[in-house]
Write a protein that binds this ligand. Structure first.
Ligand code: SF4
Length: 377
């Protein structure tokens, strides 16, 4: 596993906000030119973070709101400011409605080799409920166009566990999964819908106009999704992530789960180095203001104590099917889990939530379903 850092770029613009979204983005697209100029300044102020990066992830927000020419310039700026290794994984997130031949050509020519399309569902009623601005037909077209353009590492994002819009919400989800499988994406992220504060979805819930699936139904969604995708040949390698084999795991996201360093640029982006975590202003205007004054747009930072690092490593490791390498964990965080947590691990093994294999502590599928509580051991 590589230990070079990853580079994350947050494009904080969306044409409209989706009903469930808790990510930072604004809908005033007139600020894009100022933002891109400020981003260039932020890159130059961060040149000492590290020279080499082997993953780049352009996310948001909606990176695909950028014009092809802006995108080409952005990736050129990244390559000028940093040394991106030759075989680096370079991911770009796109909204299906934005995918055009011109955008795809720009992505290919700049070396983007992983395209992540936010399909969310292939059911138009579900898409309308989520407040997405595309329809299922556009997502299908976007996938075909991306394949035709030569993208052979395609990721599709989906959301499940929606309020019961119709009696057959569960069947609708299974149909979305089957449609997705027909495209053979190399990577799939299936996120359970969560209710973020201050969103239209949270409002509906507060007014009791909708209700979310109960715990039993949520578990049914989780297990059925995992079983269906594993039967189709996917590895369920992290709570929400599936890949057609090791080589299609997201290298960039794996850095977040392994405590590898990363540099995040753009409003609301987080960075992590050694034991320091910092995060940028959650505001485009504050971000622009700091950079205009020649300052890094950092809102705050924290130093993680040994104990915080250990707990995070446990929490993050037990969300992955790789699990925790017990000897590495002892070396890095000073705890012999098998020795010090013997009783609780014995109980978790009896309940078929974890197993110990080849020197790793590994959550089972049932363990992944309750991964956050596993970390409380
Ligand atoms: S497109 Fe993505 S980032 Fe933008 S509002 Fe929708 S979910 Fe949020």
């Amino acid at each position: 596993m590589t230990t070079l850092p990853g580079l994350y770029i947050h494009i904080p613009f969306c044409v409209k906000k989706c009903a469930y979204c808790g990510f930072y983005s604004i809908t005033d697209l007139t600020l894009i030119p100022d933002f891109l100029a400020a981003l260039r300044r932020e890159m130059s102020l961060n040149k000492d973070f590290n020279r080499d990066f082997d993953t780049v992830y352009i996310g948001g927000g909606t990176p695909s709101v950028l014009a092809a020419a802006d995108l080409e310039r952005l990736i050129g700026d990244i390559r000028t400011a940093f040394a991106i290794t030759q075989n680096a994984e370079i991911t770009f997130e796109a909204n299906p409605g934005d995918i055009t031949a011109g955008l795809l050509a720009a992505l290919r020519s700049t070396g983007v080799n992983r395209l992540n399309i936010g399909c969310q569902s292939f059911d138009d009623d579900t898409l309308a409920f989520l407040g997405r601005r595309h329809q299922a037909r556009q997502a299908v077209e976007a996938i075909h166009m991306s394949r035709d353009a030569g993208f052979n590492h395609l990721g599709i994002d989906l959301i499940y566990g929606l309020p019961n819009l119709h009696e057959n919400a569960f069947a609708n989800w299974l149909a979305t999964l089957q449609t997705t499988l027909s495209f053979h994406p190399e990577h799939l992220s299936c996120y359970q819908l969560t209710v973020e504060t201050d969103t239209p979805l949270a409002d509906l819930l507060r007014k009791r106009e909708i209700s979310l699936p109960d715990l039993d139904l949520q578990a049914r969604y989780f297990f059925r999704t995992s079983e269906t995708l594993e039967e189709a040949g996917y590895q369920h390698y992290e709570v929400s992530n599936f890949a057609l084999g090791n080589r299609f795991h997201s290298l960039h996201n794996s850095k977040y789960w392994n405590h590898t360093s990363y540099l995040g640029l753009g409003p609301a982006a987080h960075s992590f180095r050694g034991r320091q975590r910092s995060w940028n202003h959650w505001s485009v205007s504050a971000y622009l203001k700091d950079l205009a004054a020649g300052k890094l747009p950092v809102a705050d930072s924290e130093f993680l104590s040994d104990e915080q690092l250990r707990l995070e490593a446990l929490f993050l490791g037990l969300r992955t099917r790789r699990g925790i390498h017990l000897a590495d964990f002892k070396r890095r965080y000073g705890q012999d889990l098998l020795e010090e947590k013997r009783e609780i691990l014995r109980k978790l093994m009896e309940d078929n939530l974890v197993e110990v294999r080849d020197g790793f502590l590994i959550p089972t599928r049932a363990g992944l379903a309750v991964a956050d509580s596993l970390a409380l051991i």
